[in-house]
Design a binder for this molecule. Structure first.
Ligand SMILES: [Zn+2]
Ligand SMILES: [Zn+2]
Length: 251
């Protein structure tokens, strides 16, 4: 099947999946569907394999480990290798401005700095020593957070907007979530690093996509490909159109 058709099919599938989840999550239909699917899968897969899978999932998502940090670095390395070998060299030959081509590398350095900070920084762990100061930061609403509430695991008083992270086994001030990609909680003290990490990651992907698109357009213009004809599956001569050009650019 043609690349463009496959790609559009994939995008449509993702969009339909997202919309279905949004619609079904408001009803009990999705829960029933997931439970039914799990029952069918559990009757097919042997019990020992199911136990091994549950153990692996527990290790990956419910314990602190470096798996996703390594995966992140490997994926980032692969993307930048592809950019360096497939785009950067050819763009230099086409005399693209150097500062324009180096922008993704600069963003990578900044991104790795904030990634490291998100991984190693203290998210705002509540301890016996700082418990009192955290208790004064936000007012208790007496609905979700009451003044005398204690964390049953840490045995410390719970400041408003704090939460116990079961993965890290600690209470975190202004807890947002536990992120497996940085193997750390995101809380009051490291949320800014995490946001800057996401921002620079998006910016680096955006600049690479932009450089690659300009490069592909330049290739089409220089090769005069849009003036050519091609023979289709039925043996007829066809004039090159925009769909053919997009498909050719990814071949
Ligand atoms: Zn706790
Ligand atoms: Zn955590």
């Amino acid at each position: 099947m043609d690349f463009l058709v496959l790609f559009l099919f994939y995008v449509a599938l993702v969009l339909i999946g997202g919309v279905m989840i949004c619609i079904c999550s408001k009803t009990h239909y999705l829960k029933g569907l997931v439970r039914g699917g799990a029952q069918i899968i559990s009757s097919i897969i042997p019990e020992c394999l199911q136990r091994a899978m549950l153990k692996l999932l527990h290790y990956l998502f419910h314990t602190r480990n470096h798996t996703f940090i390594l995966l992140h670095l490997v994926l980032q390395g692969m993307v930048y290798s592809e950019y360096t070998w497939e785009v950067f060299g050819y763009c230099r030959e086409l005399e693209f401005p150097l500062h324009y081509l180096l922008l993704p590398y600069l963003l990578l350095i900044v991104n790795l700095v904030f990634f490291t900070l998100s991984c190693v920084s203290n998210p705002g762990t509540i301890t016996k020593a700082n418990e009192l100061s955290f208790l004064q930061v936000y007012e208790f609403d007496e609905v979700m957070f009451s003044k005398n509430m204690k964390c049953s695991t840490c045995n410390l008083r719970k400041p408003a907007r704090s939460k116990h992270c079961s993965v890290c086994n600690r209470c975190v001030h202004r807890f947002d979530h536990h992120c497996v990609w940085v193997n750390n909680c995101i809380g009051a003290w490291n949320a800014r690093y995490f946001l800057l990490y996401l921002l620079t990651l998006t910016a680096s992907a955006g600049t690479m996509a932009m450089v690659s698109t300009v490069f592909l357009v330049q290739l089409v213009v220089l090769s005069d490909l849009y003036l050519e004809t091609y023979v289709d599956d039925l043996g007829h001569f066809q004039v090159v159109d925009i769909v053919f050009l997009i498909q050719c650019s990814f071949c």
